[in-house]
Ligand binder design. Structure first.
Ligand code: PLP
Length: 397
């Protein structure tokens, strides 16, 4: 083959989420947008806050060479300083600009982190169900991706299962809370237990195990605590993005934090910069770095998601669907009405409902319903959800 085998495979086996979204767009063009209920993509329907526009307008007054110029590879110092100050205020820590590396969104934050941490043959544990791109980024960095199922009742981390999966090759465990695809938020107790397991395994095996916390949904939670991982476990790395919190997924901006409490901080900071260099993830978009500086404390519009969450959970519960009560993010994890989630998805699709079957996330028997859509889409989708439930009740499915 004249090209890289693995890249070819990634390029030809598209993400199923994107395939469903592409089908949804095509179907909308055929039968009308209002007749298709596309719950596939995590693309926020909530507009970016007004402060974003004002920040862009202010930046446009800058001399063009400055406005459009390269920033330092790790990002503008003043931007990183402002992010650090915000984290210090919120989580009572003492970070500085040098602990942060600005990136093109969480995708880059995670790719950089894996490349900074792993060597060939290492293992990285992910908690299933999980965001499918983790596997791509972990494998590309040279490690293998080891799936550990979450607790099947609560979808919290099954700490005993993590403990059993750790080997002398385990380099990192990835946690994502608030969680995509389940909408769960890991409790303080659950994370403390996980931290205890990691410390115990580190000392038993004589290795270093990192906790990589993927946090694009940190700001979107419904009244519960989202614990700050570095306060629970020293050897942690935080990957953040403004794609969801400020509704800026197309602008590609986020950061990686190496907390100054991480015992490997002084090697990890240059390794993060080196991984950014290796991957070509340098000088994150300058205009949106400045937006981050201006909007670092602007709250997310959680009320809009809360309204959607209420309409969707109340609607589906009245129809008899079972789901995991979402505590954060904007996804509802709904139990498939038959064991084969893909077969259930096909029946939903025939009624113009487009959730994502759980197989895509490394788990059987569920679908993910993204409620970052317009409120009207949720309301209008209810008759189709009703027909789907009726088909199963009548044995016609
Ligand atoms: N991690 C999770 C859990 C996500 O849901 C997403 C995007 O949906 C990403 C990472 C990637 O985020 P970004 O768009 O900031 O690259």
């Amino acid at each position: 083959m004249p090209v890289n085998q693995r890249s070819y495979e990634y390029g030809t086996s598209k993400s199923s989420i994107r395939e469903i979204a592409a089908y949804g767009a095509q179907r909308k063009a055929q039968i009308g947008a209002e007749k298709v209920f596309d719950f596939s993509l995590g693309n926020p329907s909530v507009p970016a806050p007004e402060e974003v526009r004002r920040s862009i307008e202010r930046s446009l007054e800058l001399p063009p060479v400055q406005l459009h110029g390269y920033t330092p590879a790790a990002g503008l110092v003043e931007v990183r300083q402002r992010v650090a100050e915000s984290l210090n205020r919120r989580f009572g820590c003492d970070y500085g600009a040098g602990d942060l590396y600005m990136t093109c969104g969480a995708a880059a934050s995670l790719s950089i982190s894996f490349n900074a941490l792993v060597d060939p043959g290492d293992e990285v544990i992910v908690i299933a169900p999980y965001f499918p791109e983790y596997r791509v980024w972990i494998q590309t960095a040279g490690a293998s991706c080891v799936e550990v199922m979450a607790d099947p009742q609560t979808f919290q981390v099954d700490t005993e299962a993590v403990c059993a999966a750790i080997t002398s090759r385990t380099k990192a465990v990835v946690v994502n809370s608030p969680n995509n695809p389940v909408g769960s938020v890991y409790s303080r107790q659950n994370l403390e237990e996980l931290a205890d397991v990691l410390r115990e395994r580190e000392s038993a095996l004589g290795t270093a195990i990192y906790l990589v916390s993927d946090e694009p949904y940190r700001e979107i939670s419904y009244g519960c605590e989202v614990p700050w991982i570095p306060s629970l476990y020293d050897r942690s790395v935080v990957c953040y993005s403004y794609s969801k919190s400020l509704s800026l997924p197309g602008e590609r901006v986020g950061w990686v934090l190496v907390p100054n409490t991480n015992p490997d901080h002084d090697e990890l900071v240059p390794a993060i910069a080196g991984a950014g260099r290796k991957l070509g993830f340098v000088c994150a978009p300058a205009l949106f770095q400045r937006v981050v500086m201006d909007c670092v404390d602007v709250p997310s519009d959680v009320a809009a998601y809360e309204r959607n969450r209420k309409a969707l959970t109340e609607g589906l519960s009245a129809l008899g669907y079972e789901y995991i009560e979402p505590q954060g993010a904007f996804y509802l994890w709904v139990k498939s009405l038959e064991p084969d989630a893909e077969a259930f998805f096909q029946k939903a699709k025939a009624l113009e409902l487009l959730p994502v079957p759980s197989n895509s996330f490394g788990c059987e028997g569920w679908v993910r319903v993204g409620y970052c859509v317009s409120h009207q889409t949720i309301v209008d989708s209810m008759p189709a959800w009703r027909r789907l439930a009726e088909q199963y009740a009548q044995g016609d499915a």
